[in-house]
Design a protein around this ligand. Structure first.
Ligand SMILES: Cc1ncc(C[n+]2csc(CCOP(=O)(O)OP(=O)(O)O)c2C)c(N)n1
Length: 552
């Protein structure tokens, strides 16, 4: 068999089971696009490489499988970096394949030359600079193996143009790269964990995105039910528990309910499973669960002791750890602890939601009531993101796609496009803010090309709302650079891109129009004007402990 480097890449991607790639062509990856022309891969032409990276992330987050994006050298690669960094912080398996100037030109400041390998090193799980066409036969399967094994993450492959054009003869195809089976958890650690759990009077299960990556949601819920351990989750762990589960206490941390944070403050055993003690979750770390012993279970042992030293570390696949633990724990009901939590909840009742049908909480609840529980919800970053985390009744894993670790405005629209492409039979909803939407608004053009089952709900406050809120509360109301001097007409913008749109200001009943918008066969945008003074409450002030959160 004789193939060029570019043909090898497309063939190896197909052999990996990839059917769609996202990207933008340019001089240094045109041989790859020429091979794409002849391949069975579907290509989605994004309008900015960051958009292509987030579309690939949308596929990977919604399906749990690795997804692929392409960019050319220089500006194409640098545009991709934010999406790759975002994937690194949230442990998302994305394979980025970038074109590079020809090998002989590397290091000469050639046109569109940038050190993609060097720049991507700190934001990838692994990266490669290909030196010869033969390397591709090993590197492509290896990249997939690395992206999905252990703690998932992004891998970048930089391919010089001449390597894409070189030919190679070979006799057989390599095996596709697949997940390396995770190490088995240490049974003595599991027994110790079961013992600590049976002795604990006030345990709490603190779960993160690792549970979802390991497809271990059901097991986490079973542990909580069987051993009467109330559970809290991070933004990345939403959907593991049904929101109405009596054992579920909601999101912890900066915007968690006061009662949730106070319950954690009183726990005597913290089971931190698939989570990394992020500062948005812990608040002032010294005062996070101050009286608790800690069991930390994770696939990545470099997380142990990074923020808080655990009393017991369980290293391995979280699903295997939970399965094994479940076979060792006894059924318990912990009535005293449940009563104490009920009292804490009474002390801090959840605040009544306004009866204004147009307020963000009510819009979010209305949308949720109009779609199936398998609808995929994407967000951007800001107040709207936190309102969704607080008010949307999630009940399944992989139904909230949000940029957690990097908190990247502009994530939402392209991620929602990727999720909708990968799930044509499901409804996809994007909740976004006017600031975030403008960061990747060009992807409305990609959306118009594809005509997906995607409804965009735009909370339009004319501000960078989360920044305005922080300035109001923590910077003496010194408002600077948080109000947009002009507010574009998003309805006209959407229509300009060929997307159907509604503006809630034109209607008396939001539910009626939301219902119509959600039933649209095509993609559609709903502009929801909201007052800029709406704040996300509660909030933990910067540097404070979670139990010092403020309500108003
Ligand atoms: C790329 C990027 N730049 C800056 C920020 C800092 N930031 C966090 S939230 C926010 C405001 C977001 O505004 P908008 O999207 O309108 O949402 P809102 O808070 O109003 O709901 C900003 C600027 C960020 N998270 N990401």
């Amino acid at each position: 068999m004789k193939y060029s480097g570019a043909e090898l890449i497309t063939q190896l991607l197909e052999r990996q089971g990839i059917d769609t790639v996202f990207g933008i062509p340019g001089g240094a990856n045109l041989p790859l696009y020429n091979a794409l022309y002849k391949s069975n891969l579907k290509h989605i032409l994004a309008r900015h490489e960051q958009g292509a990276g987030f579309m690939a992330q949308g596929v990977a987050r919604a399906t749990g499988k690795a997804a692929v994006c392409f960019a050319t050298s220089g500006p194409g690669a640098t545009n991709l970096l934010t999406a790759i960094a975002d994937a690194k912080l949230d442990s998302i398996p994305v394979i980025a394949i970038t074109g590079q100037v020809s090998s002989g030109l590397i290091g000469t400041d050639a046109f569109q030359e940038i050190d993609t390998y060097g720049m991507s090193m700190p934001v990838t799980k692994h990266n490669f600079l290909i030196r010869s066409v033969a390397e591709l036969l090993e590197v492509i399967p290896e990249a997939f193996r690395i992206a999905v094994s252990g703690r998932p993450g992004p891998v970048l492959i930089d391919v010089p143009k001449d390597v894409q054009q070189q030919y190679i003869e070979f006799s057989s195809w390599p095996e596709p790269g697949s997940k390396i089976p995770p190490i088995k958890p240490d049974i003595s650690g599991i027994r110790e964990a079961a013992r600590m759990l049976s002795e604990a009077k006030r345990p709490v299960l603190y779960i993160g995105g690792g549970i979802i990556h390991a497809n271990a949601s059901e097991l986490a819920v079973r542990l909580s039910h069987c051993s009467s351990v109330p559970a809290v989750c991070t933004l990345m762990g939403m959907g593991v528990f049904k929101s109405e589960d009596p054992h579920y206490l909601g999101m912890l941390g900066m915007h968690g309910a006061r009662s949730t944070n106070e319950t954690l403050h009183n726990c005597d055993l913290l089971l931190a499973f698939g989570t990394r003690f992020d500062d948005r979750a812990t608040g002032k770390v010294k005062e996070f669960c101050p009286g608790a012993r800690i069991i930390h279970a994770d696939i990545d042992n470099s997380e142990f002791g990074k923020i808080r030293k655990p009393h017991l570390a369980l290293h391995g696949d979280i699903g295997e750890i939970l399965t094994s633990l479940l076979s060792h724990v006894e059924k318990m009901d912990r009535t005293d602890w449940m009563n104490q939590i009920a009292q804490i909840k009474q002390k801090y009742p959840s605040k009544a939601v306004s009866d204004d049908l147009f307020c963000p909480a009510n819009i979010i609840k209305s949308v949720a009531s109009l779609v199936d529980s398998d609808a995929i919800v994407c967000t951007d970053v800001g107040q709207h993101q936190m309102w969704v985390a607080q008010y949307y009744p999630f009940s399944r894993p992989r139904t909230l796609l949000s940029s957690g670790g990097l908190g990247t405005m502009g994530f939402g629209l392209p991620a929602a496009i990727g999720a909708a492409l990968a799930n044509p039979e499901r409804k996809v909803i994007l909740f976004t803010g006017d600031g975030s939407l403008l960061m990747n608004i060009q992807e409305l053009a990609t959306l118009a090309d594809l005509n997906l089952n995607l409804t965009i709900i735009l909370f339009n406050n004319g501000h960078l709302g989360m920044v305005r809120q922080q300035q109001e509360l923590f910077y003496d109301k010194n408002y600077i650079a948080s109000r947009f001097a002009t507010n574009p007409d998003f309805r006209t913008i959407a229509e300009g891109f060929g997307i159907t749109s509604y503006d809630l200001k034109d209607y008396d009943s939001p539910v009626h129009i939301l219902s119509r918008a959600l039933k649209e066969e095509n993609s559609c945008l709903v502009n929801v004007p909201i007052h800029y003074s709406n704040n996300v409450m509660p909030i933990v002030p910067p540097g404070a402990a979670n139990i010092e959160s403020i309500e108003r």
